[in-house]
Design a binder for this molecule. Structure first.
Ligand code: SF4
Ligand code: MG
Length: 335
């Protein structure tokens, strides 16, 4: 079947000032491939500045890529005109990081949730809107009686529930969640993540779930893509990527996240300490962009861009590395 969303070789640069006299280009996306299937959660992981948000903006059509293709349900959204555009926009919604900043404090919960219907009038008939708001409030674990309250009367977690109800108001096929729980307390994070999972099971909505936090992504993602400096360096099922990472960058991220269970193989590998800062995307390193920080780097790494290749033996667990880590199966790790 056609994937819900398929992006191929997306490139995006931005002009940035370099000095009083000139400018240079920031390489935000250096040829990104990404696939989101219907009803699944793709976790998109990476440090700040790796291009996650630019990718989200391109997929939401807020930004046009310099090159590459986007297909949503087989259709190029950038080629849509006239009435097709709002019909497409309805199908892709967004949940933001900061529910405090993203909700207008002068609107009630009911007004916030029903606001999308002002520009998409045919989704819910006017006379049914109050009833639909009540349903949406209950779906996200709030009470129908909360409809008249203002954002400042809710807790942070409750505000994010309103943000989710608002994203659901147009019955989207895909919700782009950009760090949706990063602004919340840990105990509240788990509740909101569980809510997202339950809503997916009930409605079949797909999520592109963007986060720098591996333990959060592990909690919700079916599949994972790891980004580094504008490129996807590893992708696979959450199980594959988290228990047997093939890219040294993924392994170092996992090793730096002590709250995650680690495999025996990773135990033996000990804690990998990443040297240096993420280099600037203004002048990214040649070859493998991770090579200045990689403990496995050899001469070829600074010269040749590694292609994204599936693991030997088939499957979809792919990594862009000249010297990928061996996938250690459970049987092998035990011997
Ligand atoms: Fe490290 Fe080389 Fe693989 Fe890049 S290609 S991650 S530098 S081993
Ligand atoms: Mg970001």
């Amino acid at each position: 079947p056609t994937p819900l969303l398929e992006a191929r070789d997306l490139k995006k640069t931005f002009r940035v000032p370099r000095s009083a006299s000139g400018s240079t280009r920031l390489h935000a996306l250096g040829g990104v491939d990404i696939t989101v299937r219907r009803g699944e959660t793709l976790g998109l992981v990476g440090e700040s500045g790796c291009g996650k948000s630019t990718l989200a903006r391109v997929l939401l059509m807020l930004e046009r890529p310099d090159s590459g293709t986007v297909r949503f349900d087989g259709v190029d959204p950038f080629a849509l005109r006239g009435k097709e555009l709002p019909a497409w926009r309805r199908r892709v919604q967004m949940v933001f990081q900061d529910p405090f900043a993203s909700l207008n404090p002068r609107l009630t919960a009911e007004e916030l949730i029903s606001e999308p219907w002002l520009s998409h009038r045919d989704v819910v008939p006017r006379r049914e809107r109050a009833k639909r708001v009540a349903e949406l409030l209950e779906m996200v674990g709030l009470r129908a009686g909360d409809a008249g309250r203002y954002p400042q009367e809710f807790s942070g977690g409750q505000r994010q529930r309103i943000g989710i109800a608002r994203a659901l108001a147009l019955n989207p096929d895909l919700i782009v969640c950009d760090e949706p729980v990063s602004a919340l307390d840990l105990s509240v994070q788990a509740q909101v993540l569980n809510l997202l999972t339950e809503l997916q099971a009930e409605l079949g909505v797909a999520y592109l779930f963007i986060s720098h936090d591996l333990s959060v992504v592990r909690h919700v993602a079916d599949r994972v893509a790891v980004m580094y400096l504008g490129r996807v360096v590893e992708s696979g099922t959450a199980e594959e990527v988290f228990t047997a990472p093939r890219h040294p960058y993924t392994a170092s991220l996992l090793s730096a996240a002590p709250s995650l269970e680690v495999t025996r193989e990773q135990d033996r590998r000990q804690r990998i300490v990443l040297s240096g800062e993420v280099p600037s995307p203004v002048d990214p390193p040649a070859g493998c962009r991770f090579h200045p920080r990689c403990w496995k780097a050899e001469a070829v790494c600074g010269e040749v861009v590694p292609e994204v290749e599936p693991a030997p033996g088939g499957g979809h667990h792919a990594a862009a590395c000249h010297l990928p880590l061996e996938v250690v199966t459970a049987a092998k790790a035990d011997s």
